[in-house]
Design a protein around this ligand. Structure first.
Ligand SMILES: [Zn+2]
Length: 394
């Protein structure tokens, strides 16, 4: 008979102290300490006075949990520095369509790998990533970061809704057989018919999946829905798209499509640069599961305009933050997004913006049990902030 003896091994704890700790779920702590076990699980949040200095790792700067990049397009990483800034959204989409497949597969995979490395080094731990193709699958399978992939569907003409839905499901199946989390997402009101949005919403609600849409990113979107004018008309004509069936609903794009949006599952409205207070109220009233997402540097890159964050805050909606893709941004770095927002809206505190960049995104993606805040039992990673540079240290 073999006797098993239980040997109690005292787990080695890391006790990291910094000038300020941002737990996110509670107020910042001066001279705070985050205590982690050897699985990097938070076991205590405390203050420096409670410890001997010799047992602490004492760092200059602030600590916050790992960032949640709520909106990215990893598969567009090879388009870094390839598209002219400030063209407006229609010009941007045209350049994107011309250059999207200009690089070969090897170059594109390398750009995806480099983009992921950048995100990892500057403290991003989880990503809500839009995909129209399967090229990011092999990188996501390495599980260096948490990914939720939004399989994007496009199709403005209502009669192609079923075809485009089936194509999106086929791509989703490619992610599923690779054991990657995904759901379906309509691209934008100006590119996706209400019939297709409804098919996607029904599918996601049936499966309890979160989803997202690009919303009110350009004034042309409003012109198209209000009175069928603006740059999208030229764009559709160049694509040879017959939109003679389309009658302007004479209300904003958001208010046109919102009834087809999910109510029971989490929904992220991205950009909202040209949203009016009434649009934000419509989002708020439609469902308690709705979130807003800002991609400030991409908004400046494409339209050279930021949303009115005062209106966003007034709406009471939870706000997330994303980097968008390297096609419309110089880096995939959440502190660069925070820096830009603070330059234009100095009254927004770092505490508030860090919440947008961490816990709110985690709640949207349904991963708040692990990520987004320093709370006992979570494994959110630890990021060291010094001025506006961020570095993942755990
Ligand atoms: Zn986007």
């Amino acid at each position: 008979m073999i006797l098993f003896a239980t040997i109690k091994i005292r787990k080695k704890l890391r006790k990291i102290c910094a000038d300020i700790i941002y737990p996110i779920a509670e107020k910042p702590i001066n001279n705070g300490v985050v205590v982690l076990d050897d699985n990097n699980t938070i076991v205590e949040i405390s203050i420096r006075e409670k410890f001997e200095d010799a047992e602490l790792e004492i760092l200059k700067g602030s600590l916050c949990p790992g960032f949640v990049n709520a909106h990215c397009h990893l598969e567009l990483s090879h388009l870094k520095n390839k598209i002219e800034p400030h063209t407006g959204l229609v010009g941007f989409i045209q350049s994107l369509m011309q250059q999207r497949f200009a690089a070969n597969e090897e170059q594109r995979l390398q750009a995806i790998a480099d983009a992921e490395t950048e995100m990892m080094s500057n403290g991003i731990v989880a990503v809500g990533d839009i995909s129209n193709e399967k090229i990011s699958i092999t990188r996501k399978q390495k599980r260096n970061l948490f990914y939720h992939t939004f399989i994007e569907a496009v199709g403005l003409q209502p009669f192609i809704a079923n075809k485009r839905f089936d194509e999106a499901i086929a791509l989703k199946n490619e992610f599923a057989i690779s054991d990657l989390k995904s759901s379906l997402a309509p691209h934008a009101p100006y590119s996706t018919s209400i019939s297709l949005i409804q098919l996607i919403s029904d599918f996601n609600q049936k499966n309890n999946f979160a989803t997202t849409i690009h919303n009110q990113e350009t004034e042309d979107e409003e012109l198209f829905f209000e009175n069928k004018t603006g740059n999208f008309l030229n764009f559709y004509a160049k694509l040879g798209l017959d939109i003679s069936y389309f009658n302007a609903p004479q209300k904003t794009s958001l208010q046109t499509v919102i009834d087809a949006m999910p109510v029971q599952t989490n929904m992220l409205y991205v950009h909202n640069t040209f949203s009016h207070e009434s649009d934000l109220q419509a989002i708020k009233q439609h469902s308690k599961n709705n979130f807003l997402c800002t991609c400030a540097n991409a908004n400046l890159f494409i339209e050279n305009k930021l949303p009115d964050y005062n209106l966003w805050q007034k709406s009471g909606l939870k706000i997330c933050m994303g980097t968008d893709s390297l096609a419309s941004n110089f880096s995939l770095n959440m502190m660069e997004e925070i820096k830009t927002i603070q330059q234009h809206f100095p009254k927004l505190s770092l505490e508030t913006l860090l919440k947008w960049a961490t816990l709110n995104g985690a709640e949207f993606l349904g991963i708040e049990n692990k990520f987004g805040s320093f709370e006992i039992g979570k494994q959110p990673s630890v990021v060291l902030l010094n001025d506006f540079s961020a570095k993942k240290i755990v």
